[in-house]
Design a protein around this ligand. Sequence first.
Ligand code: ADP
Ligand code: MG
Length: 241
Amino acid sequence: MGTVTLDNLRKEFDNGNLVAVDDVSLDVADGEFITVVGPSGCGKSTTLRMLAGLETPTSGSIRINGEDVTNVHARKRNVAMVFQNYALYPHKTVEQNMAFGLRMSTDLTKDERTERVRETAEMMGIGDLLDDRPNELSGGQKQRVALGRAIVREPDVFLFDEPLSNLDAKLRTTMRTEIQRLQKELGITAIYVTHDQEEAMTMGDRIVILDDGELQQAGRPTDVYDDPANEFVGGFVGSPS
Ligand code: ADP
Ligand code: MG
């Protein structure tokens, strides 16, 4: 279960001289896949970081499953973030990397944790890599481990920050399909940031377009394409003018 509500979420830097996220409001339904797209510097990562509890909002609020988590510590929020640079521990094995988040966030026994890591690794097609270390893996394998580490925790909400932008085009297409399959199979609520408008349009149940910290439009990809809210959106998603 994972609903998310952002209410006038705002983040200023530099003593208010820079508004990175400008009063963004959004309702995300349970199991929904939201893609967030916009040019570099438009506030995508800052929005995700506030959701993850890695950045404190200047004003506004965040609710997850109805509970106000605006001031709740990152570790106490049941969200998982997947980054483009994988953020794996280099000296730990795949199994240890995947088990790490689990140890922090659940009260399972060691055997139960091992079992869950193994099951998830099998599902992700990395069951035979459990004893390897990150530097022995390809980029695609590392991203699978990073994804598996998030999934094994069974979080309420998945946050993706341009997870595929370090991969080559072919692998990116494979991983895109894989993420969509897992998302639908597991009924995951996902907020997926990308600067790739094609990725946003094909993956999202709904697409959110940001520009200069402001939410320009949120809607189903076909609706946004057919009926863009303004010129910026139309240009960005390639609507015929
Ligand atoms: P995006 O992910 O869409 O590229 P970001 O959310 O990273 O954009 O950044 C939005 C704006 O906030 C940018 O102008 C960026 O320079 C600024 N910014 C982000 N993080 C910080 C920070 N820690 N301190 C100061 N400015 C920041
Ligand atoms: Mg970013």
